[in-house]
Structure formats: structure tokens, C-alpha cells
Design a binder for this molecule. Structure first.
Ligand code: GTP
Length: 381
């Protein structure tokens, strides 16, 4: 299995405002665009060619990864004018595959960090003669996921999307967003229209008697779709809880990237990342957080499990816990922000309150532009 299709066309709505101008798979996680970790793992498993199925902010992927030679990969990009859904995207990208009809092709979601053994998935797929093999993960609370019960031989029995009632929760095995398809199965997905692989393709395969296999792997797995998962995934990579060949530094309690300035009396812990050009001043405490390029954390500020966007600033003594601060936003001194708050790009929080005035700053894919155009104000979630 030397070819893969990577699904990266989603809008990443649950991570807004971070994804307003950067697609989720390109957000920096443990110091590099998130996808770099998964691309490096696919390369380790023997994948040499990957077709990116893009849609939202499509051009930014090629700008970031180019032809892939930096990663020892050959990358191709296919863009959907209107999003085709997961199955439609796989079918659309298949036009660029070179694999023969009976060869296995890896397909994976671009928003997962996972330690699954890709080579073992491929080998099991081949040996079993399956049409599709799915990586399954056991989770404590499966309500937000698609459930995939299997029989004693690992054959998938059903696909149950997002169960609502206790009776519907018949298994703790969920679809982990990584598949091996026999190429000819991809070619049978209807072309040119939106298709959900989870809701349409997989159930239809089962109904037609196809051999759909599930492999439970209980290694590290995280869907980086929410702010809490995003900071956790970054911190886990920095602390080595999940190994990545793409980590740009030694495993440790914090990762300070070249060009960042951290005062000797600031305290970084919990897998915090401080990106290039960012500043953490004296007495500041930053724990389990992502501080992006050019951000500024002033003296004695306290930042926990939060994301501080590019060129955002946190004022002296302010306290943030589980907060997302959009690019270019300003939290002035002495603010104590409630968990779950999201601050829009370029917004300004005046001292001691979350009443806001729009700021003449707007975010672009490249960074912060001083445009004079008022931007959105903060939204609490
Ligand atoms: P949310 O909007 O926060 O739910 O995130 P998302 O847009 O990433 O959606 P979701 O987590 O359901 O998507 C799973 C994977 O499929 C992600 O890697 C998406 O990028 C990708 N994806 C979802 N829909 C499409 C699509 O229409 N086209 C392509 N090419 N990829 C898609």
C-alpha cells in the first residue's frame, strides 16, 4: 500500500475562530502544522503518494507542503468547488490514484492524531481479503461518534451514526477515521455528487454483502475537532504521550520554538508550546497551552489549557482557563475570563470586563492586517 487519500476539506466549525483563516489540519500543533505529524507517520508505514482532498481554504495546503519532497512524499492536490462530503471527496480524489483495482489504498481524516499501526491495518486487510478495513477505537462516551459493532471475527455488523438513546448504544467501538479500501471499492462510489462515507457508502457496502472489517486498536487516538482536544493533542505530542517523527524538539514539559522569548522567571508546563516571535514575560504562568506566532503574554498573566492566536496579546495579571483567543485579539490587563470563552480575531477586551469594542484589525491567512475594517466581537460558547 503506497498510496493514500487524505480528507482535509472540512470547515472546522467547532474550532472557530482559529479556523476562520487557517484550515484545521494546518493549525500549529506541537510546533508544526498539525497534518505534518500524520504525514510523517504515513510515510513511516511505507506510503509514498498522498492525494489531498481539499475544499475549504484549499490553496493553503499546497502552499504549506508543496510537492511533499521535504517529507519524503509525493503529494497531489484535488479541490472540490463545492464540498462533496467524505465519500464524494474520496471518489473525486481517486482520479489521481495509480493503484490497480485490487490494491489497498489508505484513506484518512485530516483531523485525527493516532498511533494506529498503519502497516498492520494494511497487512490484515490483505490477509482477510476485505473490501474495506476500518480502524475502530473504544471510547468511554460514544454518543458524539459513529458506532461500529463487530462480530467475533471482526466483521462489521452495522453502522450506527451518533446514537441518541441508551438502547442505541450497543457498543463502545467508534469509527476512528482511518480506513484501508481496496481500490475498486472506491471506484464504485457514485461520482459527481455529495456522498457521506459514514452514512451512505459503508451501510450500502454492508447491505450488499461486502466484507467490511473493523480492527480495534486501543493505542493513542484523538479527534482534534474541539478547542479542548486541540490543546490536549498539542500537549500530548510535546510530552511524548504520542510519538511523532515531526516533533521539532525534544520531548519535555514545554516546547519553545526558535525566535520565541521566554523570561527566565516565567513558568511553562504541561506541554505548552511557545511559537516563533512570541513573548512570555516575567512571572507569567502558561500551562498546557498553545501560544502562537507573535503572541504576547504579559507579566504575571496566567494561561491554562488555552490557545492564544497569532499576534494576540494577554495583559498583565489576566487569567485564562480553557479560552480561545483569536488572531490579533487583545485581552487587556486584569481580566479573568470564564472557561469556554472564544474571543474573535482582532477583538479587544477592556480591563475588568468582557464588553468589547471592535478593533481595526482583521485576520488574513498570512497574518494580521491593519485594515481599518472593524472585525467581529467576542462570542461566548
Ligand atoms: P467541524 O466543522 O468542526 O465538524 O469539522 P470538519 O469540517 O473537519 O468535519 P468532520 O470532523 O466531520 O470531518 C472529518 C474529516 O473529513 C475532516 O478531516 C474533514 O476535513 C474532512 N471532510 C469533511 N467534509 C469534507 C468534504 O466535503 N470534502 C473533503 N474533501 N473533506 C471533508
Amino acid at each position: 500500500m503506497t498510496e493514500a487519500i487524505l480528507l482535509v476539506g472540512g470547515q472546522g466549525t467547532r474550532l472557530r475562530p482559529l479556523t476562520s483563516h487557517i484550515p484545521k489540519p494546518l493549525l500549529p500543533v506541537a510546533g508544526v502544522p498539525f497534518l505534518t505529524h500524520q504525514l510523517a507517520r504515513a510515510a513511516e508505514a511505507g506510503v509514498t503518494r498522498i492525494v489531498f482532498a481539499t475544499s475549504y481554504l484549499a490553496d493553503l495546503f499546497e502552499e504549506e507542503f508543496g510537492d511533499g519532497s521535504r517529507l519524503g512524499l509525493h503529494l497531489e492536490y484535488v479541490s472540490e468547488e463545492t464540498a462533496l462530503g467524505t465519500g464524494g471527496a474520496i471518489r473525486n480524489a481517486a482520479a489521481r490514484l495509480r493503484s490497480a483495482p485490487d490494491e489497498p489504498v489508505l484513506v484518512f481524516n485530516g483531523d485525527i492524531i493516532s498511533g494506529v499501526d498503519i502497516a498492520a491495518l494494511r497487512d490484515g486487510h490483505r490477509a482477510s481479503g476485505a473490501d474495506v478495513t476500518l480502524h475502530l477505537k473504544r471510547v468511554a462516551d460514544p454518543r458524539a461518534f459513529g458506532l461500529v459493532p463487530t462480530d467475533a471475527d471482526g466483521r462489521v455488523e452495522a453502522f450506527l451514526e451518533k446514537p441518541q438513546t441508551p438502547e442505541e448504544i450497543t457498543t463502545d467501538q467508534i469509527n476512528a477515521g482511518c480506513y484501508v479500501f481496496t481500490r475498486s471499492v472506491i471506484d464504485r462510489i457514485p461520482p459527481g455528487r455529495a456522498v457521506s462515507v459514514e452514512r451512505e457508502t459503508f451501510p450500502q457496502l454492508l447491505a450488499s454483502g461486502a466484507h467490511v472489517r473493523g480492527v480495534v486498536d486501543d493505542g493513542y487516538w484523538l479527534d482534534l475537532g474541539t478547542p479542548a482536544a486541540f490543546v490536549q493533542g498539542s500537549a500530548d505530542l510535546v510530552r511524548g504521550r504520542i510519538a511523532s517523527p515531526a516533533l521539532p524538539g525534544p520531548v519535555g514539559d514545554a516546547l519553545v520554538l526558535p525566535g520565541a522569548r521566554v523570561h527566565p522567571r516565567a513558568l511553562l508546563s504541561g506541554g505548552t508550546v511557545v511559537a516563533a516571535g512570541a513573548v512570555v514575560a516575567e512571572g507569567a504562568v502558561v500551562e498546557g497551552s498553545v501560544v502562537m506566532t507573535g503572541a504576547h503574554i504579559a507579566a504575571r498573566a496566567s494561561v491554562h489549557a488555552s490557545v492564544v492566536g497569532r499576534h494576540a496579546s494577554i495583559g498583565e495579571g489576566s487569567v485564562l482557563n480553557a479560552v480561545v483567543v483569536g488572531d490579533g485579539a487583545e485581552v487587556t490587563e486584569g481580566n479573568e475570563l470564564p472557561p469556554g470563552l472564544r474571543i474573535a480575531c482582532g477583538a479587544r477586551l477592556p480591563a475588568h470586563g468582557i464588553r468589547t469594542s471592535a478593533s481595526p484589525v482583521t485576520c488574513t491567512a498570512q497574518g494580521i492586517a491593519h485594515s481599518g475594517v472593524p472585525h467581529a466581537s467576542p462570542a461566548a460558547h
